[in-house]
Design a protein around this ligand. Structure first.
Ligand code: 2P0
Length: 314
């Protein structure tokens, strides 16, 4: 038996497209910041009496083809024929609809690698986590990490940029909408790849990766926020210009973004980023986060997060 814990990460430079669906290879590199509030604990038990893999999520028997895909890969690598019992618990305050495949597959990668005797160095864990869910490759690491695009299973892995984070960056979740998203990320990104602006997005993203690494090394929260906001807006513009256009933003999304811009113009570091749903995350600093949270609390539940750790045994 082995049990692991991993935290969610927020993409500052987004992963939004696949070049290979089977291996989950992305069309661009991405940068994430692992946070400290939302995590998944996953336990893997190998027993001889199981006739198939068994997955229990938050106390309920569940099924997830991606878990089986990762386990089949692990068995193929190790020559093992054992089935696994996987027990997973998401720790999300107030069940706010924030459950994440990133924390889930990062924790699962460590628990499964340990159980079956695969290497547990972080690059190897990030590759295995990636097979389950792309963004999970970054949750293997604490603090800031980069997931290199690569061109095959071996070359597409994540590495640390900075951990621990020794400056006061904060991320505030503004939970205007707790329902599950309408279009799953994997479908959303596939549709976005039909946008006539997609190749321009890829070249922008390449430049933004370099700028973001420099901003992180300089501990420049304003630059980090400005680049992340521009990158997020570019991702959502792709969705709106896809063959079958769609939009994750809701009315409240724009209302929160407009307030964030008002705060920034009043001299408070506050920048917006949005993933595959309507909720806005605010990038800010430790001195301003309470003020920003107070300004935005009328929109919904607020969660203030600090940089968090990488995957560990528990
Ligand atoms: C990211 N997102 O970089 C981007 C930005 C959402 C928006 O990665 O299909 O669940 O499992 O590889 O990792 C969410 O997509 O997608 C995501 P799969 P995943 O964080």
């Amino acid at each position: 038996m082995t049990q692991a814990r991993a935290y969610t990460n927020i993409a500052l430079i987004k992963y939004w497209g696949k070049s290979d669906i089977t291996w989950n290879l992305p069309t661009s590199s991405s940068i994430g910041l692992t946070l400290d509030q939302l995590y998944t604990d996953t336990r893997v038990d190998l027993t001889d009496d199981l006739k198939q893999d068994q997955f229990i999520l938050d106390g309920q028997l569940a099924s997830n083809p991606r878990i089986i895909k990762v386990l089949d890969f692990v068995r193929q690598q190790t020559g093992s024929h054992k089935y696994a019992k996987i027990t997973s618990e998401n720790h999300v305050p107030n069940s706010a609809g924030l459950a994440s495949s990133a924390s889930a597959f990062a924790a699962f990668a460590l628990a499964a690698s340990d159980s079956y005797g695969l290497p547990t160095d972080r690059p190897s864990l990030s590759r295995l986590a990636r097979l389950g869910s792309g963004s999970a490759s970054r949750s293997v690491y604490g603090g800031f990490s980069i997931w290199y695009q690569g061109y095959d299973h071996q070359s597409s892995f994540a590495q640390s940029i900075l951990d621990p984070v020794d400056f006061g960056i904060r991320v505030i979740d503004v939970l205007t909408d707790k329902k599950t998203k309408k279009i799953p990320s994997s479908q959303g990104m596939q549709r976005a790849q039909s946008s006539p602006d997609y190749s321009n997005w890829l070249s922008q993203s390449k430049m933004q990766i370099r700028e973001m690494i420099a901003a992180i090394k300089n501990k420049d929260i304003e630059k980090i926020g400005l680049i992340a906001e521009r990158n997020a807006m570019g991702m959502h513009a792709l969705n709106r210009s896809a063959d079958k256009p769609f939009d994750y933003f809701a009315g409240e999304t724009w209302a929160v973004i407009n307030d964030i811009h008002r705060l920034y113009h009043a001299g408070i570091p506050a920048f917006a980023t949005i993933d595959a749903g309507p909720n806005v995350k605010v990038i800010t600093d430790s001195r301003s986060c309470q003020k920003v949270a107070d300004q935005l609390k009328n929109f919904g539940e607020i969660l203030i997060q600090k940089p968090g750790p990488g995957v560990v045994h528990v």
